[in-house]
Design a binder for this molecule. Structure first.
Ligand SMILES: Nc1ncnc2c1ncn2[C@@H]1O[C@H](COP(=O)(O)OP(=O)(O)OP(=O)(O)O)[C@@H](O)[C@H]1O
Ligand SMILES: [Mg+2]
Length: 422
C-alpha cells in the first residue's frame, strides 16, 4: 500500500511523521494548500503501445462500483487464511508501513486456496486495521489496479473486505523489491545492465500512467515499490496514494502532502502542489540510488550524507567527479559514458524547478538509447568492428562532501524496521 497516516487525526499536522515501512523510511503528510494554476501546454503525449487500457479511467468511482469490478476475485478471509497457512511467519515476505505481505498459494483456474503449496504463488497484503485512511488507500489501490493493466504494473488478482479485514492479493514477484537488491546484504549485487533494465521498466510504468488520457500520478515512487520478476522486469506496486492528474489547462492538483521522505519533490512537500513532475523527481532519486547503491535517506550517516540528493547531486553533472559516488559494489564494471548519461538524466529529474524536469516519456527514451547502444555493441554491423564501451578502473570511493555544508535539517523523523529478504 501507499504511505499514509495511521489516523485521520494526523492529517492536519504540518509535515508530521506517520507509519514507517520496513525500509525504515518515514512517510509524510501535510494539509492541502493553494489552488490550481494554468498551463496552456498541458501534456498530450501518445505513449508506449500500452495506452489503451488506461485511456478512459473513470475516477472517482463509488465504493460499490469499485468493489463490483469484474475479473477481480473477491476472496473470503478464510480462503486467504488457508492460502497463507494462517499467515504463518515463515511465509512472511515483508513488512510495510501499513501491513504485512505473505506468500500464499491458489489454484490457477479457480483461484481457490490450495493447502498443498501447489498452484500459483501469490502475495497477500494484510492491512493493519488503520481506520479511515487505511481503508481509503486500500480502496484507491483496488480502484486503480482493477482498471490499469500494463506489463510494468503489478497485477492485482483480488481482494478481501470482511469486517475489519482488508487484504489485497497480487501476483507474486519472485525477486522482491529493488530496495532489497540495492541495499541489503546477501543478494548478489545488481550488475550495471540489470540496473538499467530495472530503470527502463520502472520508467515505462510511470510513463504509461502519465500519458494515459486520464493521467495518473503515482505519488509514492521509491525503490521498495519497484518489484522484480524472475527476469528483473520491474513492476510498480502500491497505488494507495495514486491520484488523478490535473485536467484542462491546470499544471497541478493541490492535495495533502503524502509520500516518503527522501523521495518526495521539494515543491510538493512545501506547497502540496502535485504534478507528474513530482513523480519525475522521485524517479531521479531512484536513479541516484541505482548509481550510488545508497539509500535516499540514511540517518546512520553523518551530516550531508544523510540525504542522498543533497550529497550526490553536485557530482552528477561532472564526468570527472561522477566516479567518486558510484556504487563500489559495481567494482568499476560499468560503461563510463552510460554512467555519465544516467547521472545527467538524474540531475535533470532532480531539478528544483518542476518545469525543468523532463517528462517520463523523455526519460524513458534516454534510458532506452543506452540499451540500444549496448545491443549495438553486442551485434555490430558486419563491416564495422565493435568498440567495447570503456570500463572504468575500480574507483576508490571518496566521500568528499562539498565544504561547509551542514546536515540536512529535515523536520521529519525516520525510524528503522528490519525488513525480510527473500
Ligand atoms: N507482489 C509481491 N511479490 C513479492 N513480494 C512482495 C510483493 N508485494 C510486496 N512484497 C514484499 O513485501 C515488502 C513490503 O511491501 P509493502 O508494499 O507492504 O511495503 P513497502 O513498499 O516496503 O513500504 P510502504 O508501506 O512504505 O509502501 C516489499 O518490500 C516486498 O519485499
Ligand atoms: Mg510497497
Amino acid at each position: 500500500m501507499g504511505n499514509c497516516l495511521d489516523s485521520s487525526a494526523k492529517v492536519d499536522t504540518f509535515l508530521s511523521s506517520n507509519p514507517t515501512s520496513a525500509s525504515g523510511v518515514s512517510k509524510i503528510t501535510t494539509t492541502s494548500l493553494t489552488s490550481h494554476t494554468s498551463n496552456p501546454s498541458s501534456p498530450a503525449v501518445q505513449g508506449n503501445g500500452f495506452k489503451s487500457s488506461a485511456q478512459a479511467l473513470p475516477t472517482p468511482r463509488s465504493e460499490g462500483e469499485i468493489l463490483s469490478t469484474p475479473n477481480m476475485k473477491t476472496f473470503a478471509f478464510n480462503e486467504l487464511k488457508i492460502a497463507t497457512r494462517n499467515f504463518r511467519s515463515d511465509n512472511l515476505l515483508g513488512e510495510g508501513g501499513f501491513g504485512y505481505v505473505y506468500k500464499g498459494w491458489i489454484d490457477h483456474q479457480t483461484l481457490t486456496p490450495t493447502r498443498s503449496g501447489s498452484g500459483m504463488v501469490v502475495a497477500v497484503k494484510k492491512l493493519k486495521p488503520e481506520g479511515f485512511q487505511g481503508h481509503k488507500e486500500w480502496l484507491t489501490e483496488v480502484n486503480y489496479l482493477s482498471q490499469l493493466h500494463h506489463p510494468n504494473l503489478v497485477k492485482l488478482i483480488g481482494y478481501c473486505l470482511e469486517g475489519d479485514n482488508r487484504l489485497l492479493v497480487y501476483e507474486f514477484l519472485p525477486k522482491g523489491s529493488l530496495e532489497n537488491h540495492l541495499f541489503r546484504r546477501g543478494p548478489q549485487p545488481l550488475s550495471w545492465a540489470t540496473r538499467i533494465k530495472v530503470a527502463i521498466g520502472a520508467a515505462r510504468g510511470l510513463s504509461f500512467l502519465h500519458d494515459a488520457e486520464s493521467q495518473v500520478i503515482f505519488r509514492d515512487f521509491k525503490a521498495s515499490n519497484v518489484l522484480l520478476d524472475a527476469e528483473f522486469n520491474a513492476k510498480l506496486s502500491d497505488f494507495g496514494l495514486a491520484k488523478a492528474g490535473p485536467t484542462g489547462d491546470k499544471t497541478h492538483v493541490s492535495t495533502r502532502v503524502m509520500g516518503t521522505q527522501g523521495y518526495a519533490a521539494p515543491e510538493y512537500v512545501a506547497t502540496g502542489r502535485l504534478s507528474a513532475k513530482s513523480d519525475v523527481y522521485s524517479f531521479g532519486v531512484v536513479l541516484l540510488e541505482l548509481l550510488t547503491g545508497r539509500r535516499a535517506l540514511d540517518k546512520s550517516k553523518a551530516g550531508i550524507e544523510q540525504s542522498l540528493v543533497d550529497w550526490g547531486k553536485p557530482y552528477l553533472g561532472d564526468k570527472r567527479k561522477l566516479f567518486r559516488i558510484m556504487d563500489t559494489k559495481l567494482a568499476g564494471q560499468y560503461p563510463q559514458k552510460a554512467a555519465f548519461a544516467v547521472g545527467t538524466l538524474a540531475h535533470q529529474c532532480l531539478s528544483s524547478e518542476p518545469k525543468a524536469r523532463p517528462r517520463m516519456a523523455n526519460v524513458l527514451d534516454e534510458l532506452e538509447k543506452l540499451e540500444d547502444l549496448k545491443n549495438a555493441a553486442k551485434h555490430p554491423p558486419s563491416r564495422h568492428k565493435s568498440i567495447p564501451a570503456p570500463l572504468l578502473p575500480s574507483p576508490l570511493r571518496q566521500h568528499r562532501s562539498p565544504a561547509n555544508l551542514t546536515p540536512s535539517a529535515s523536520p521529519l523523523p525516520t525510524h528503522r524496521h528490519s525488513a525480510l529478504v527473500h
